[in-house]
Design a protein around this ligand. Sequence first.
Ligand SMILES: Cc1cc2nc3c(=O)[nH]c(=O)nc-3n(C[C@H](O)[C@H](O)[C@H](O)COP(=O)(O)OP(=O)(O)OC[C@H]3O[C@@H](n4cnc5c(N)ncnc54)[C@H](O)[C@@H]3O)c2cc1C
Length: 364
Amino acid sequence: MMGKKGNSLIVAGAGVWGLSCALACARHGWRVTVLEKDRVGAGASGGVVGAMAPHTPDRWTAKKQFQFQALETATLFWEEVEHLSGLPTGYGRIERLQPILTHKARTLALARAVCAQEVWQGRTTWTVEDAPDWIAPVCAPCGVIRDNLSARIHPAKATRALAAACQATGVTITEGVAVHGLSDSGVHTECGDKHADAVILAAGVGGFDLLAPHTARTPGAGQKGQAALLKCDLGTCAQIYADGLYIVPHSDGTVAVGSTSEDIFDHPTATDAQLDALIARAQRQVPALAGAHVLQRWAGLRPKPRKRNPMLGPVPGLDRHFVALGAFKIGFGLAAKVGETLANCLEGTARIPDSFSIEAHTGD
Ligand SMILES: Cc1cc2nc3c(=O)[nH]c(=O)nc-3n(C[C@H](O)[C@H](O)[C@H](O)COP(=O)(O)OP(=O)(O)OC[C@H]3O[C@@H](n4cnc5c(N)ncnc54)[C@H](O)[C@@H]3O)c2cc1C
């Protein structure tokens, strides 16, 4: 059954992963319907930060390689999304700076520069240099790491553009219909059973609940993150990552500041004093942000998988169900490769790291 063009596919969830799967599968010839319980971008993908950056180049793993390849193909992918949709995504290949606080950290950064030459094979660079004058000197006393593979995107705009690109490619997106469970021939929904030749579960945190009855252990949980959008034009400044703090200049004269990481929380979409503290930290790092008007405060749930790796591939014991879950903190960074990987997976030709399987996460 798998691999026949023209067969029907249901994708559960219209976040960046569900939509990238829908787009890739439609281009492989599948008849695709996306079922979204709320609206496009209602989950984590509707946020504001959008840093797309590589892992450190030392202790190279299959996951790091997957992400490296995803980042390398991202430019082409998002350009195509803009072309198909006619909408902006905010994508831009801007560099990333990581301030260095101690001499020990600088020594490690220099050692990683050597690793980068080996594993990145000269295609992108990781260098250690003096901090630019727009970063407060006290925040980068030992210089900065600069990498030129990193990019940024505007998550909410990019997700809207991706949805429009899907529709332009023949995908049907049905909002306001929740998937309630997986059936032998498709999915159960509140509007009755829907049949399809294949199903991809890409429902973010909601996907863990749908998958749980089919796995021995809970596959993952939501982790809350808060972020803000400030009105400030930093021009051609690079993005900054400093010990959990992201400062991401967007193309529209705004700057995103993120993100908290909360495994325990009362309300998934409320913002509080933790976000104020983050904004204050960002203003200390980059003095030009002082006094900038806060345009938006935003919070959402990252789909945090049990083993911190993405979950891509077949659902054990079911022959037509697949997952694209566990995007966690790097959903936008990986999106360009996730869709194509799932399209190949449906056709039985994907090469996916073993650590990404459901079995590797839940011990099934
Ligand atoms: C504060 C914050 C900052 C972040 N910063 C970055 C960053 O800088 N870079 C980066 O790459 N990533 C970042 N992320 C992570 C990124 O947002 C996620 O990895 C990504 O958006 C997850 O995409 P997804 O499609 O898997 O899930 P989601 O975007 O959550 O989409 C899932 C969709 O499924 C729908 N759904 C749920 N249940 C059902 C159901 N039963 N039936 C049908 N539909 C259902 C939901 O309504 C939702 O629309 C950040 C996240 C947060 C919270």
